[in-house]
Design a protein around this ligand. Sequence first.
Ligand code: EPU
Length: 434
Amino acid sequence: MDKYIIKGGKKLYGEVEISGAKNAAVAIIPAALMVSGVCRIENLPQISDTDKLLDILALMGAKVNLVNKTTVDVDCTDVYFNDKIFELTRDIRASYYLIGSMLGRFGAARTTMPGGCNFGVRPIDQHIKGMKALGATMNIGKGLIRAEAKDGRLKGARIYLDKVSVGATVNIMIAATLAKGQTIIENAAREPHIVDLANFLNSMGADVRGAGTDVIKVRGVDSLHSGTYTLIPDQIEAGTYMAAVAGAGGEIRINNVIPKHLDCISAKLAEMGVEIEEGDDFVTVRREGALHHTNIKTLPYPGFPTDMQPQISTVLSLAEGTSVVTEGVWDNRYKYVNELRKMGAEIQVDGKIAVIEGVPNLTGAPVAACDLRAGAAMVIAGLCAEGTTVVEDVEFIERGYQDIVGKLRGLGADIIAVSEPDGPAEKLTAVSAG
Ligand code: EPU
């Protein structure tokens, strides 16, 4: 799809099902490369990032079979290097997990520098430090990464991360799984998808302990075996629908969530005047009255997630009073503010700080999705705005949100996806049952 057309001002009502977690899926699919046997992955989100990772494994000889829309069997019994993957690995961030999984599986790795959303500099020095500590030589040049384990197998090591990094924690965990001896990762990231990856690896025969704390211990094993694993629900997708109803008003039930993972988001929305009730695996979110201003700082988990910053800032642009948002993870994650200004938002950005003066209304306008979460923020802005909003470059959104148009339509939103940029024949996407 090329763009979404949203007629704003409709409150949201109904129920929405949350898909499997993108950032767990994009770690677990590369990790499946290390398993000699069939990994059945359930609750897989249908998004372009996971499709590309499955294509990468298929190019490397894996047998990839979709059992149904959200279940895939991946058999990496016979896999090999294939430089044809480079076209795909350049496109996505999570391709850097192939460094860890190739080193684990082959004792060597050949991939490209990763792609992904542009939030300014996105170094991978902590990944490299980790692989070197495990005994790999790392050669990086001309956009390619070549790594080799001494004597063909990595060796466990104690690694202190200088920065809390999701990616480095995941990559080192993956690499250490088939290393000789024990690896200890200190100052590890604690996100839910780190725990999910550890559970996946353990269900295939690995020995990973401490995931979810800042010290993770991995005792290397000789091989991994077949198994079945169900991904956790996507914390950020759920948070995005919470923000959508907070902005547009109404009452929705969000199903297939782990409410504990949403605590940091629920707490801030409650401060803003949004009512939230938790069930065992759902939350109900209701907003009728005025939105209140608040201050937010993004931090590694269990802090407020940076991947919710654009969506919540969009809602704050409609709150009474002044809110201050501090981006504590990325250097440059406010590019979407220029787009929001086109809709009447009053936001001043100075480095990592955004000062938001709430306005009574946003007005529909043509805007672009600058990246995945910025794109979700534009959709939310369009739902809240008076008039029509056209969101361009929606391929960014489709990297990480399964059927966002169908799910929002199921909640009563007036949104369509259009495949021809200016053509007269506007085509509706299939509307999902949920
Ligand atoms: N950093 C370094 N050196 C490194 C790695 C990271 O300095 O070697 C810095 C980064 O520059 C950043 C901070 O550490 O300032 C955190 O980066 P992290 O490594 O945690 O991010 P990431 O693994 O590249 C993942 C998610 C992002 C999410 C961040 C933070 C994936 C594929 N991506 O990125 O998700 O923003 O963690 O939670 O898991 C998204 O889903 O929209 C998205 C961008």
